[in-house]
Design a binder for this molecule. Structure first.
Ligand code: OGA
Ligand code: NI
Length: 365
């Protein structure tokens, strides 16, 4: 079906269609609001991207993303740390409850993202940009011109260089929600950096002292409902090019992780945050922790709202080399990766596009 709809489109038409979509500055929501019943061809993904279970026969229906409850964590820190270690080694992702951030802050954040995306087109268009230098911007598909198929989602990104962003740079309709959320998320990241350091068997302050999670980019996604959800995706399979990602999702669902060759739903849990290991933490941990591959399905219902906060090295240090941590390199195995810096890693990641392959293999020794 998908391939039939694509058969007669050549790549020149495709690039023109992408550019026309970009020029509307209205994103995917703009397409939906125009009243279409069929999605434009640029959104149609190849059938192999859409498969539910790529390797039939090995399906275990009961797999679930680990849930970590930080309640009472001072009393039983060792237990929490070993849970985090196991989740980071086996899954590269876990849900976190009782993390100390009130549900009201999370709910306000979801609402804050929704109101931005649901403003009149004319207001939103002013934020539309692909400029790396612009701190706050609205766009659809960061890899629009690199990817083969376009994703059914729009985004707003906010860049916190070394953890700071002038609140006046944020859109007024979402300002308070984002400020309150980010203040808490940055604190939680500091706690997680300690827990993850200990989970790796390192000193509590090890990751913090590496300056590897100082800068944050908050990306606030809006996945409109889709009239043909079986032909497209909200987000193609990828792993995050960060050290660590903290994700908030609303109650709609659609996020999936690839675990033991099958797609596992990351079920929405009220009040929970999702934590996932990024490619760079996999690299410095010498493959002890895994950067999880994930995707987002399109749905006939929506919108689905989420906010992903990516943590990576201090901006001043974007040429600082990071390689496998020496304490984690065993004498027998040796380092798996060469050193790289965040700038080089990102240029490779962008060049490659969200094509479903891992960037990490490029840095293997
Ligand atoms: C991402 C991502 C998942 C989601 O932004 O990298 O994977 O649920 N988002 O929006
Ligand atoms: Ni991601």
């Amino acid at each position: 079906m998908a391939s039939m709809r694509l058969a007669h489109v050549d790549s020149q038409d495709f690039n023109r269609a992408k550019a026309e979509f970009d020029q509307t500055k209205a994103g995917v929501k703009g397409i939906l609001d125009s009243g279409i019943l069929k999605i434009p061809n640029i959104f149609i993904h190849p059938p192999e991207n859409l498969l539910n279970n790529p390797f039939p026969g090995e399906y275990s229906p009961n797999l679930q993303v680990p849930m970590i409850d930080l309640e009472g964590f001072e009393g039983g820190k060792e237990v929490k740390i070993s849970e985090i270690r196991k989740a980071s080694e086996e899954w590269g992702i876990f849900q976190l409850v009782n993390h100390g951030i009130p549900v009201s802050v999370l709910d306000e954040m979801i609402k804050g993202v929704q109101v931005f995306h649901e403003q009149p087109k004319e207001v939103k268009m002013k934020w539309y940009s692909r400029e790396h230098k612009q701190q706050v911007k609205f766009y659809s598909n960061g890899d629009l011109y690199e990817s083969k198929a376009v994703n059914w989602r729009d985004s707003v990104s906010c860049h916190y260089a070394d953890g700071a962003l002038d609140p006046n740079a944020l859109p007024l309709v979402s300002r308070r929600a984002i400020q309150n959320y980010m203040e808490r998320i940055i604190n939680l990241k500091n706690t997680l950096a300690e827990l993850l350091s200990e989970a790796l068997g390192l000193d509590t302050n090890y990751l913090e002292s590496m300056d590897c999670m100082k800068t944050a980019t908050l990306v606030c996604h809006y996945y409109p409902s889709c009239p043909e959800p079986d032909l497209t995706l909200g987000a193609t399979k990828h792993s995050d090019p960060s050290f660590l990602t903290i994700l908030l999702q609303d109650g709609i669902g659609g996020l999936q992780v690839l675990q033991r060759n099958q797609w596992v739903d990351v079920k929405p849990v009220k009040g929970a945050l999702i934590v996932n290991i990024g490619d760079l933490l996999q690299l410095v941990s010498n493959d002890k922790f895994k950067s999880v591959e994930h995707r987002v399905l399109a749905a006939p219902i929506g919108p689905r709202i989420s906010a992903a906060c990516f943590f990576y090295p201090s901006t001043a240090n974007n040429s600082k080399p990071y390689g496998p941590i020496k304490e984690l390199v065993t004498d027998e195995g040796g380092p798996i990766y060469r050193e790289t810096d965040h700038k080089e890693f990102m240029s490779y990641y962008r060049l490659k596009g969200l094509d479903g392959t891992s960037s990490l293999s490029y840095f293997k020794l």
